[in-house]
Design a protein around this ligand. Structure first.
Ligand SMILES: [Zn+2]
Length: 466
């Protein structure tokens, strides 16, 4: 009987299993990407550009055709010198001391006695913006949709938005892309009691402001692309995307001692896993039916910027992308919840049929593919796979740990990674990507899962347009 089954398998084309991954190669890749020399791979930065060149050269080593997808980006940084802001209610005026002020990087501001409008956060959505005052005070409590509402005010010509009772978004720098509307205003907040009292007074206010800004235009941030062509004449035009972000948080020059956010586990590890996966799949006697596109994204830490850019400018039609398997944190096993050895997690575990291929891959390579009951679904939108889901492409993010010590800290260093375990995980990932790309059936969203409704609708649109 065994013999018969064996012969049957042969005649149908036996399922290939990738070889074991090379733990030393993984540590070599991670230790370079996470070295202090690359200065934490901030988007955009010289360190990140070197990382991109290195990843492209590693793609070539494994036999992939490598290229870059360049996004033109301008960077605005807050300048604290010269900040001069005061409010007046007609009878008295209050200065906002610079050491009590936080503001976002936008265009520079020069206003003298500008009119102020007060709105509540809850009224923003319905607000008529025609002929609106140059300064808008938004009263909290905050909520979702702030960024969108502020963009609407910016388009309407508002120069300054002052937040009262709403936490401040990231003030350090703003990245602006050529293909996206630019933010035309500065968001400001103060913790000064006198200024806050006047902001809340409800009287007719005027704002006088001088806020400088540093702008570096025409920088480039790049996604790194590697392609392994499929073997089936029809299906090779379809793609499985195996992806990982390669950016991290950069350096903090004001820190004493260690200044570099090395981002070894987050996410040099994921990048090393896609490079090694490319090598393992490339060694198989026959390539999978579909092509596999390997992508290292910029800008994940700043809001999925690289994956969103890719989706706005897809290198192949989005309808031809059957799945995105994204990797994060494939290295460390010392999860904050205890050791995570011999297993890998998926986000949105039952959102699509991807998990079937990954489970099969786990069986073939002796690795447990598990659903984290608490984090699997909530983390679905926390990484680059979300950009693909939103346009309808089935996706997931695979990782060994979710929370781990040193997450987004200076201590996320390459020595702390469990490379023996990472090799096992990487082998399973490679096998899973191979199976997904080689499957007769296309991966689909799970119609029985209510959380996938929006993704299913997007997928329907996408495939109709095809
Ligand atoms: Zn990450």
């Amino acid at each position: 009987m065994k013999l018969v089954i064996g012969l049957l398998c042969l005649s149908l084309g036996a399922v290939e299993v990738v070889k074991e991954a090379d733990a030393k190669a993984l540590s070599a890749i991670v230790s370079f990407l996470a070295s202090d020399s690359l200065e934490g791979r901030e988007t955009p930065s010289a360190g990140q550009t070197i990382a991109a060149d290195y990843i492209a050269s590693e793609f070539r080593r494994t036999g992939l055709k490598a290229s870059f997808q360049d996004a033109k980006v301008s960077v605005r940084r807050v300048v604290r010198d010269g900040f001069d802001v005061s409010l007046s209610d007609g009878s008295k005026s209050v200065k906002v001391p610079v050491d009590t002020a936080f503001w976002t990087a936008g265009p520079k501001v020069e206003l003298s006695g500008a009119a102020v409008k007060v709105v509540k956060m809850a009224e923003l959505r319905e607000l008529k913006t025609e002929g609106i005052e140059p300064v808008v005070i938004i009263e909290g409590p905050g909520g979702p949709g702030l960024q969108q509402a502020v963009m609407k005010l910016s388009t309407a010509g508002v120069k300054v938005v002052i937040l009262v009772g709403i936490p401040m978004p990231l003030p350090i720098q703003t990245l602006e892309f050529d293909d996206q509307p630019k933010m035309g205003l500065v968001m400001l907040r103060t913790s000064n009691a006198d200024a806050e009292a006047m902001l809340k007074s409800g009287g007719a206010l005027k704002l006088t402001a001088k806020i400088a800004m540093a702008t570096a235009s025409n920088d480039v941030a790049r996604n790194v692309i590697g392609i392994l062509p499929g073997s089936d004449p029809k299906l090779k035009d379809e793609y499985v995307l195996l992806t990982a972000h390669y950016d991290h948080l950069g350096i903090r020059p004001m820190n004493e001692g260690d200044k570099v956010y090395n981002g070894a586990n987050d996410n040099a590890s994921g990048v090393a896993s896609i490079i090694e996966s490319a090598r393992l799949i490339g060694q198989l006697p026959v390539a999978p039916k579909r092509s596999i596109m390997f992508v290292a994204f910029f800008g994940e830490e700043r809001g999925l910027l690289g994956s969103r850019y890719f989706v706005r400018h897809p290198l192949v039609p989005l309808a031809k992308i059957v799945a995105n398997i994204n990797l994060e944190q494939t290295g460390r096993t010392d999860s904050s919840e205890g050791p995570n050895v011999g297993q890998v997690n998926l986000t949105g575990y039952h959102f699509s049929t991807i998990h079937k291929h990954l489970e099969e891959a786990g069986k073939a390579t002796a690795l447990k593919v598990v659903k984290h009951e608490k984090f699997s679904d909530p983390y679905f939108n926390a990484s680059d796979n979300a950009a693909f889901a939103q346009v309808g492409v089935p996706s997931t993010t695979m990782s060994v740990t979710y929370a781990f010590p040193d997450y987004h800290q200076l201590g996320d260093e390459w020595e702390k990674i469990d490379y023996a375990n990472m090799a096992k995980v990487t082998r399973a990932i490679a096998q899973g990507a191979y199976l997904a790309a080689d499957a007769a059936e296309r991966i689909v969203w799970n119609a029985d899962e209510p959380k996938t409704k929006a993704y299913r609708e997007a997928a329907e649109k996408l495939l109709q347009a095809k």
